[in-house]
Design a protein around this ligand. Sequence first.
Ligand code: 3HC
Length: 291
Amino acid sequence: MKISKVGVIGAGQMGCGIAQVCAAAGYKVAIYDAAPDRTKAGIAGIDASLARRVKSSKLTEEARAATLSHITAASDFAQFSDCDLVIESATENEGVKRQIFEAVTPHLKSECIIGSNTSSISITRLAATTGRPERFMGIHFMNPVPVMELVELIRGIATDETVFKTIQAFALTLGKTIAISEDYPAFIVNRILLPMINEAIYTLYEGVGSVTAIDTAMKLGAHHPMGPLELADFIGLDTCLSVMQVLHDGLADSKYRPCPLLVKYVEAGWLGRKVKRGFYDYRGETPVPTR
Ligand code: 3HC
């Protein structure tokens, strides 16, 4: 099956990254967000990201213009009617995702494949909300999407093999490497990464080390490109908490208990970089630890 046009739902950091890599690979892209202002800001962000690459001679001006020309803002799901693939990248909340799938599916042509960029939620359960579970699968990108090499692919119980093969080939055209995961809570990357981040937050909560000590320890002591608390802010603390809740509920093991300090930060609205405050305060020139 040939993919020419991709619809992206959600213009947050992941949705915009997905739109950018698809457009850069030559696909037509329509991006939709429930808040039209976010779509506008998201496309401006993609433009800025491409401009930085032109400035550092990593991209030509022509390639930047071509990539941008492939992206349009969709104001409603009717504009997805000619999409061959739709990738949902909304907030990591099962209720929100279910509502989106129920709303978008009637507008799609029957052969359109639906993918979810969920970080943790059951693909089989999400697929059941679409009425076409055989054309549904997990397509999990990593943040920042233009930089990270991996895409995790997850089959639901009903995913058609030709659909899987089509998406496998599609991901390769984006220049990504694939890891295939079975459909269990948080798949592979987040099953391993998020408990590590949660443990770093427990380490802070129990006073074993400060924010700076924990991040320095893991950056210089384990060669991680970002410390776990910096990475938590980068991913978004709401997403980190959602993933831990899915692991805790889905696997029923107390080792996945979300740290109360993570819960507190989310309740405070300190969600990390996107709101300029999390384990660091990003409102000034350099990030300052908040504890
Ligand atoms: N968007 C787009 N490009 C970005 C970017 C962003 N947010 N941040 C950095 N980049 C690009 C830069 O432009 C630069 O590109 P270039 O080499 O073509 O010039 C390149 O990345 C390297 O950037 P820098 O030199 O400024 O910065 P670093 O060397 O510090 O690298 C990083 C930045 C790649 C983000 C690195 O810190 C890193 O790998 N961090 C860990 C990221 C990670 O673990 N991601 C996975 C999170 S889990 C996940 O996403 C799953 C989800 O479901 C929760």
